[in-house]
Design a protein around this ligand. Structure first.
Ligand code: NAD
Length: 343
């Protein structure tokens, strides 16, 4: 029998997850929860955000149980996995309640508004004996998996330098404009740039120090540039910001300089990934599997729950470490000096 999903929050990510589950036969969305009656009725025209993830504008939800109150969904005995796609400041409270109710929890990134709350979520999952994972989707993004393999296999030698970029126009579509409220979202550093912070941890492990510079709006970081300092390691820099004027296009980019090649990924190009091989003198775009990171991360978590296997590719400790590393970056940007990273 497929695992039964209770999907919470039908905004940009909730509608994306809904569509992704349709491609995972081992899972079935049986219940949805959102305070917005239009979204519960399947009218998703106002839910779709600025990234086209392929979610439909009108969806037939007539066969599903619908809740406006999260506590009622968490108490539903016919839900096995609670999938949280709500504003970030609500992740921890809902995860703790769902775990206490005996549910497994998949939660969108960032894991929580603070690393302290993220650690509480890990302890709660341990107490409840339930699985917990956070949707760090780049760990399932085909081109990022290919870059990870190039690093680990040392096919092009050691990494000398790596640069990551994530920029967008100001996000103005969110429910109740929560993304623009730094108290709820953690601003660009936690909401947007954490994708690259987590990728740095995944690709290179934990740095000894971070040295960041920020562009602030009030006390919120609207744009951050961080150097991650590794003892004897490569030069690693990531830049993230969302205060660009519309119609500036969303872009995510990675550039890795190996001993024998340079590799570039840009979401604005087709094909997006190019390898400049210094040994052959050729530029090549290798074939990329036509998989969706969103579908694959959910398929992976569902498989882990079905098999009773810890989600090693999405370890909650790594997700909490990403939140803590962003916090160190913001401290560094505020202080104007490098900050040591706790191990
Ligand atoms: N992985 C990614 O690529 C990615 C991209 C965008 C957002 N996100 C993350 O996904 C989460 C959701 O972001 P979004 O862009 O979908 O936001 P959104 O504003 O588009 O959607 C949030 C939804 O939550 C609903 N909601 C609010 N309070 C609720 C409650 N108490 N109970 C049930 N539903 C509630 C709202 O009605 C809305 O439909 C955030 O944590 C965000 O950081 C991840």
């Amino acid at each position: 029998m497929p695992l039964r999903i209770g999907l919470v929050g039908l905004g940009m990510m909730g509608t994306t997850h809904y569509k992704s589950y349709q491609e995972v036969p081992e899972a079935r969305v049986v219940a949805v929860c959102d305070p917005d009656a239009r979204k519960l009725a399947g009218d998703w025209s106002a839910a779709l955000g600025n990234i086209d993830t392929g979610a439909a504008q009108q969806t037939d939800l007539s066969a599903l149980r619908k809740y406006t109150d999260f506590a009622a969904l968490a108490a539903d005995p016919e839900v096995d996995i609670v999938d949280l796609c709500v504003p970030t400041n609500q992740h921890a409270g809902m995860a703790l309640a769902a775990l206490a109710a005996g549910k497994h929890v998949f939660c969108e990134k960032p894991m929580a508004r603070t690393s302290r709350l993220a650690r509480q979520m890990i302890r709660a999952a341990g107490r409840a004996g339930r699985m917990l994972a956070v949707g760090h989707v780049l760990r399932f993004w085909p081109e990022y998996l290919m870059m990870k393999d190039m690093i680990d296999s040392r096919r092009y030698g050691a990494v000398r330098a790596a640069y990551f970029v994530r920029l967008s126009a100001r996000p103005l579509w969110s429910w109740d404009n929560w993304i623009q409220d730094a108290e709820r979202s953690g601003a660009a550093a936690l909401d947007l740039h954490i994708h690259d912070t987590d990728t740095v941890l995944w690709f290179f492990g934990r740095p000894a120090k971070v040295a960041a510079a920020g562009m602030f709006e009030g006390s919120a970081v609207a744009h951050i540039v961080t150097e991650y300092r590794f003892e004897g390691g490569p030069l690693v820099v990531a830049e993230g910001g969302w205060n660009f004027p519309a119609p500036y296009p969303f872009r995510m980019e990675a550039r890795i300089l190996f001993e024998h090649a340079a590799v570039e990924y840009s979401s604005l190009r087709t094909p997006a990934l190019t390898v400049y091989d210094g040994r052959t003198g050729k530029a090549e775009s290798p074939p990329v599997p036509a998989a969706s990171g969103y579908t694959e991360e959910l398929r992976y978590f569902v498989d882990c729950v079905a098999a009773g296997r810890e989600p090693e590719r999405l370890r909650p400790a790594d997700s909490a470490a990403a939140v803590a590393l962003v916090e160190a970056e913001v401290r560094s940007a505020r202080a104007g000096r490098p900050v040591a990273v706790k191990t």
